[in-house]
Write a protein of this length. Structure first.
Length: 443
């Protein structure tokens, strides 16, 4: 799962557009308000004229009725003259007349043109209409404009940010081991893609292609070297067996032949580790959803050269399922066991393998009762060709790639490898624990 971080570029561009739109609408509304204050609308002129005429003839009710009827016939509006101020809504009486009177005051579906005499509302001409005026009707056009312009801004921001997001995703996939990841911007000029962004995409694709070619060529070279070296090694083993049979028949010394046999086995182990190292970290990990408890039991049973092993798997961890490359994960566990057995763990005691699970990770730890790691070796325990036997067990033989390969396998799965010394109550080193951690999010 990708961690939460700052807002994506597309979101930031959208917010910038949205802020500009809101500012533009606010400026437009303010301008309209100022212009409205300075220049009266045609509706205001008409209402003021009607209000003034009625105020002049207010003392003649029949003249007011005739004028009202004339307006009704001329405009076709449903007009009614209200001469009782007490029946008018309070907002009509609060009409300040700052603009000279005559503006329409709305109350529900009725509009009132106040008739003012001596600064006092004495009546009004009521206009029945289906329109309702209020804050909602004033705000609604701006909200609609904001929604429409916001949709357009979102579309534009996506088009502007998508090329850069494609570059970021390609870089993330390439960094995680998918060497074939490309931005796709180098396939031809596309709309909405700036020349600078397209240049970045082309440069990244060219770099990724060169790195992929170098890595794959190196892998093929290692495979070819391994094949070429294992053929003479195989013939050397055959010759060694023949020499051993002759030595037995002639009752000659066998010690030199045993030394040759061990050296050939070491060379063969180095080649196997090199080939596995070349494969880890690339995009061809064959992940399979694995029931970790039973798989770990089979992995330990297959490590016959590790000697006796005690498995400690809690009930809650036994049911964990995780997506791993089973062959590489088995190699990591096998190397941890062989490393612990080789460097000082008593032959008559079983190694302890513990499976620990958290909501985010799964850890497989191997505990031994050997002399532990020297303090100067601990920070470099997983570096290639760091041999612990120079300080732990001088007689032990190691290729120096076992723990380095464990770390490569863990990192190829998005995990890590750790090692620490165990200490007794008096502070003395009583063994060590080497572990490999895989993320559960990969499942």
């Amino acid at each position: 799962m990708r961690p939460r971080g700052p807002a994506r570029l597309g979101t930031r561009i959208f917010l910038w557009f949205l802020g500009a739109i809101v500012l533009a609408l606010a400026t437009s509304a303010g301008t309209l308000f100022v212009l409205h204050e300075e220049q009266e609308s045609p509706a205001g002129v008409v209402s003021r004229t009607v209000s003034t005429r009625l105020a002049r003839m207010w003392d003649d009710p029949r003249a007011c009725e005739r004028y009202t009827e004339q307006l009704r016939e001329t405009t076709g509006l449903d007009l009614a003259l209200e001469r009782d101020p007490g029946r008018l809504p309070a907002k009509v009486h609060r009409h300040p007349q700052r603009r000279g009177g005559g503006l329409v005051v709305f109350d529900g579906n009725l509009g009132y043109i106040p008739v003012v005499r001596g600064g006092v509302v004495v009546g009004a001409l009521a206009v029945r209409t289906s329109l309702r005026r209020g804050v909602f009707h004033l705000v609604l056009p701006f909200v609609a404009a904001l929604v429409v312009l916001g949709i357009g801004a979102r579309s534009v921001s996506k088009r502007l940010s998508r090329p850069l997001e494609d570059v970021a995703r390609a870089a993330e996939r390439f960094g995680s081991g998918t060497l074939s990841a490309r931005t796709g911007l180098a396939t031809g000029r596309k709309r909405w893609v700036a020349a600078e962004v397209e240049e970045v995409g082309r440069a990244f694709d060219a770099m990724a292609a060169r790195i992929e070619r170098i890595v794959l060529d190196q892998r093929e070279l290692l495979a070819a070297i391994s094949h070429e070296l294992r053929s003479p090694l195989g013939r050397a083993r055959v010759a060694l067996e023949i020499a051993r049979e002759r030595a037995e028949a002639e009752a000659g010394p066998r010690a030199p032949l045993d030394v040759i046999d061990r050296e050939i086995a070491n060379v063969d182990a180095i080649l196997a580790d090199l080939l596995t190292t070349a494969r880890t970290g690339l995009s061809d990990l064959r992940r399979e959803e694995t029931h970790l408890g039973p798989w770990l039991e089979r992995a330990i049973a297959g490590a016959a050269d590790a000697g006796p092993v005690a498995l400690d798997v809690p009930t809650d961890a036994s049911a964990v399922r995780i997506a791993i490359d089973r062959a590489l994960a088995w190699r990591a566990v096998h190397n941890l066991l062989v490393n612990a057995r080789t460097h000082g763990h008593p032959d008559d005691l079983p190694l302890v393998v513990t499976l620990r699970a958290t909501p985010a990770h799964v850890t497989i730890a191997v505990t031994d009762r050997g002399p532990g790691f020297p303090e100067d070796i601990l920070p470099r325990a997983f570096d290639p060709f760091v041999r612990k036997d120079t300080a732990r067990t001088p007689a032990a033989r190691s290729t120096g790639l076992g723990l380095a390969l464990v770390r490569r396998i863990a990192e190829a799965h998005g995990g890590s490898a750790q090692v620490r010394n165990l200490r007794s109550s008096d502070g003395a080193v009583s063994g060590s624990e080497a572990s490999v951690t895989f993320p559960r999010a990969e499942c």
